[in-house]
Design a protein around this ligand. Structure first.
Ligand SMILES: [Zn+2]
Length: 454
């Protein structure tokens, strides 16, 4: 593990795509004490004495990816129910997930976060909502995995309190009592949430979905989050099955339901938001409600294609998410930029989403979802040095536009990934933790949860 203090770092000879401001074909970027202090054309106009110099010739420098939807524990259940709809997939997996414990959670989080870092992600959320009693401290386990890796982490305290006996989808054995959820969520925020500018850990409140959570818990979660000054997250409008369920059980569509219970606002972001009506998109824009677009997962489950072009045109915040790996196996954030761009074009034509727009939703759009757009998501002086340095040389240099190489093509190799100026990945290898150990922890999590021989 690197113990070197983070001083001055100078990145030179790079193509820089800062997301905000002009791109620089051959430029430099200077980092001091974990923050960007300057960037510009040519060589850095300051002394390199005692600085670490990174020669980024043949590389594209972008902000690190910001992943705004995930279920890290699903690393242990990848590749199952390969041809199922969302509701079939959920009902098939709930009984397996009910066996989860802290050891499974730790191993899956270590591997899942390591994979995200290796594919360019510097900040990730996680939405953990399965907390069977007596299985250890699951939240602490994933926080520990993120801290060891050195990724900026926004774990959500998820929850389910509406089991089958109350008309919900999950079996009663995986839901918790409403009062216990609210008490534990408040404790979790008090224990872990750090609101500071360069925070490595912020907690969000995230009841799972309208079909697994009571109206009381949805309302009380919003009250709690706003009282504590943290953000709100949930799944919404993922499938038409969900819309039918909401109309039948609540008498309105999913977005109407959110509006009714005070869940629209600029402190909320929703996973998926695939099946939106025109008036829903207007309400998202009016209220600043964000969405985490997860194109691979939505396609894998046959859920549909979110109206990203229309949301962006209306001015609503949009970020990207890989979603849990049980519904988007081994997915990378760079890959999601490509999927998002291709899917919008497949529906709306070749101008529907540009490479630069895809890069923006994968970085700054995600930062906005997490309420961190003044701190991360673009390369600007004063922002945190969360930076991906992609190799776009060799075969990839046949394309003259490096942003096109990144978004149109498969995920490029990573020369370096910096989180707050600290090197987490170098030449496609994790540097803060043992890559082999993290990969093995993910396999052990699967064996333990699926009761294979460990
Ligand atoms: Zn999800």
């Amino acid at each position: 593990m690197s113990k070197t203090p983070i001083g001055r770092i100078i990145i030179e000879n790079a193509y820089i795509a800062p997301v905000v401001g002009e791109e620089i074909a051959n430029g430099h970027l200077v980092i001091e004490h974990g923050r960007i202090v300057s960037l510009g054309a040519g060589r850095a106009p300051i002394s390199g004495d005692r600085a670490e110099r990174i020669d980024a010739a043949g590389c594209l420098v972008t902000p690190g990816m910001v992943n705004t939807h995930h279920h890290l524990y699903q690393w242990a259940t990848q590749g199952l129910y390969q041809d199922a709809t969302l509701f079939e997939w959920l009902t098939g997996l709930y009984s397996t997930w009910a066996r989860i414990d802290a050891e499974v959670t730790y191993g899956a989080a270590a591997a899942g976060l390591g994979w995200l870092a290796l594919t360019g992600t510097t900040t990730s959320t996680d939405h953990h909502y399965v907390f069977p009693s007596g299985r250890g401290d699951l939240f602490e386990a994933e926080v520990r995995a993120a801290a060891e890796l050195g990724i900026r982490f926004h774990p959500c305290r998820g929850s389910m309190d509406r089991g089958q006996s109350d008309g919900g989808l999950p079996p009663d054995e995986v839901v918790e009592r409403t009062d216990e959820i609210l008490a534990n969520t408040a404790e979790t925020i008090d224990k872990y949430h750090d609101p500071s500018f360069d925070s490595m850990l912020r907690v969000a409140v995230a009841p799972c979905s309208p079909f697994s959570v009571s109206e009381t818990l949805m309302r009380e979660s919003a009250v709690l989050a706003r009282d504590k000054g943290v953000r709100l997250h949930t799944h919404l409008a993922e499938t038409l099955d969900e819309e039918h369920h909401c109309i039948e059980q609540m008498g309105c569509t999913p977005v109407e339901y959110m509006d009714k219970i005070g869940w629209l606002g600029d402190d909320v972001w929703f996973a998926h938001a695939v099946h939106l009506h025109d008036k829903d998109i207007r309400r998202f824009a009016e209220t600043g409600s964000g969405s985490a677009h997860c194109p691979s997962s939505n396609a894998r489950l046959g859920a549909g294609i979110a109206r990203v072009k229309d949301l962006l045109a209306a001015g609503a915040p949009v970020g990207l998410g890989v979603d849990g790996t049980a519904s988007s196996e081994l997915t990378s954030m760079a890959g999601e930029m490509r999927q998002a761009m291709l899917f919008q074009r497949a529906v709306h034509g070749p101008t529907a989403l540009t490479a630069r727009q895809a890069l923006e939703i994968g970085t700054l759009g995600g930062a906005r979802n997490l309420g961190r757009h003044t701190e991360i998501g673009s390369l600007e002086p004063g922002k945190l040095a969360d930076i991906a340095i992609w190799r776009v040389d060799g075969f990839r240099s046949a394309i003259t536009d490096p942003v096109c190489t990144l978004v149109f093509g498969p995920t490029p190799p990573l020369a370096r990934l910096l989180v707050g100026g600290r090197t987490v990945v170098e030449n496609d290898e994790l540097r803060t933790v043992s890559q082999d150990a993290v990969a093995a922890a993910g396999v052990n999590a699967r064996k333990r949860l699926l009761r294979e021989e460990v």
